[in-house]
Design a protein around this ligand. Structure first.
Ligand code: PLP
Length: 395
């Protein structure tokens, strides 16, 4: 029997049938008139998800990492200084990418489980009176630790010293699942991908770029070809791509936007908060701790959960997969062996999340964790029962 179980990894996420069908189209001529009219409304719709009126949407056939590379190479020059805080695997990888591009990376080391340190950014920016720092890079949702950072606080920290640096935000695992306010937060480039909140196959890096970041292209000297913003914008202006477009993903994106807008973005966000809260109630009932250090940091798309002393989180995720055919996120980087992750984003309902909680509970009981079988599930059930008035439909 094929594995019909949902995945509980924090992306790629479960692909609803509606989106699988939308992507399952035969090859078409990407220069034909019917296709060239497809792209513009997709780009326009995507802007709404970023919360932007003034931003320019730019996509590339790539994963989120390609989006990072595009952000950096189109706006910066070798030796330019960027300011980044490291508080998880993805902020770490973004730092690595910048270093490999010959940037001068000023790193603020933070405990994993904490978020973007707006106060330390403020200090570093105030001290940079020569305005050497060209960009501040922030991971909105650190998928390795289940931490959501306060981007508006970072913007305030930048404004406090009137610093002209650009603000780049990784929203790979938050966009289309948690509120994002590109314009209000004064973001200059936001980077996301198709395989998380948009519930699509992996393969499309999705960026929103401010007029200020677009202006930076003129002086940016890092080499770029495939990821050249200007080439992409020029080609997009007439509905095309500078190379062969990922046609199936663009059709998928069109349908994904339809789904998100039909549910309503606020409802999408509320559903994610609700699912996350159910997982958090279960975690508390098991007597386990989240990696995220305090409630204001809790992510609504992924929970990273410490296993008790003496247990190995990799053995738990392996066992859940081998015994029950269900995937959970492994602990990444510093969290390897210490924490497992439950992804609760994308096309999921209360009932699907309950199945994940029941599964990990069985796996924990099999491995003699000090938990009561059913405790987490019933805590989540009580929470999901409360306030429910209409049945939740699957996508
Ligand atoms: N940033 C964050 C927060 C992520 O969660 C991921 C992937 O999980 C990435 C960046 C890298 O994206 P990709 O794997 O699509 O290249």
């Amino acid at each position: 029997m094929s594995n019909q179980n949902p995945v509980f990894i924090p992306g790629p996420t479960n692909i609803p049938d509606r989106l699988r069908l939308a992507m399952q189209v035969q090859t078409q001529d990407h220069r034909a008139p019917d296709f060239v009219n497809t792209l513009a409304p997709v780009l326009e719709g995507t802007k709404k998800v970023f919360g932007s009126a003034s931003g320019q949407i730019i996509t590339f056939p790539a994963s989120g990492t390609g989006g990072w590379e595009a952000a950096v190479t189109n706006t910066l020059s070798p030796g330019d200084t960027v300011l980044v805080a490291r508080y998880g695997m993805f902020s770490h990888r973004w730092i690595d990418l910048c270093q490999r591009h010959g940037l001068d990376v000023r790193i603020i080391e933070c405990a994993w489980g904490s978020g973007a340190p707006a106060d330390q950014f403020a200090k570093a920016l105030a001290a940079d009176t020569a305005h050497q720092i060209r960009a501040v890079l922030v991971t909105h949702n650190e998928t390795a630790t289940g931490v959501r950072s306060d981007i508006s606080a970072v913007r305030k920290a930048m404004d406090a010293s009137d610093h002209p640096a650009m603000l780049f935000v990784d929203c790979v695992s938050s966009l289309a699942s948690m509120p994002f306010a590109f314009d209000d937060w004064g973001v200059d480039i936001a980077v996301s991908g198709s395989q998380k909140g948009f519930m699509l196959a992996t393969g499309m890096a999705i960026l929103c770029v401010s007029p200020k970041a677009l202006a930076a292209i003129e002086t940016a000297k890092l080499p770029r070809t495939f990821f050249d913003f200007k080439d992409m914008m020029n080609a997009n202006a007439s509905g095309g791509f500078p190379y062969t477009p990922p046609l199936q993903l663009i059709y998928g994106m069109r349908e994904s936007l339809n789904m998100l807008f039909e549910e309503g973005l606020d409802n999408v966000y509320a559903r994610h908060t609700r699912l996350a809260e159910g997982v958090r109630k279960a975690t508390a009932a098991w007597g386990l701790d989240l990696v995220a250090q305090s409630p204001e940091l809790y992510s609504d798309t992924v929970s990273a959960i410490y296993v008790p002393e003496g247990f190995d989180s990799n053995a738990l995720t392996d066992h859940a997969f081998n015994a029950y055919g269900v995937s959970f996120g492994v602990g990444l980087g510093e969290m390897n062996g210490k924490a497992f992750r439950i992804g609760h984003l994308g096309s999921l309902t209360d009932v699907m999340v309950l199945s994940g909680l029941a599964t990990i509970e069985m796996a924990m009981a099999d491995l003699n964790y000090p938990i009561d079988l059913g405790s987490g599930v019933s805590a989540a059930q009580e929470y999901f029962r409360s306030g429910r008035t209409t049945p939740m439909k699957t996508a």
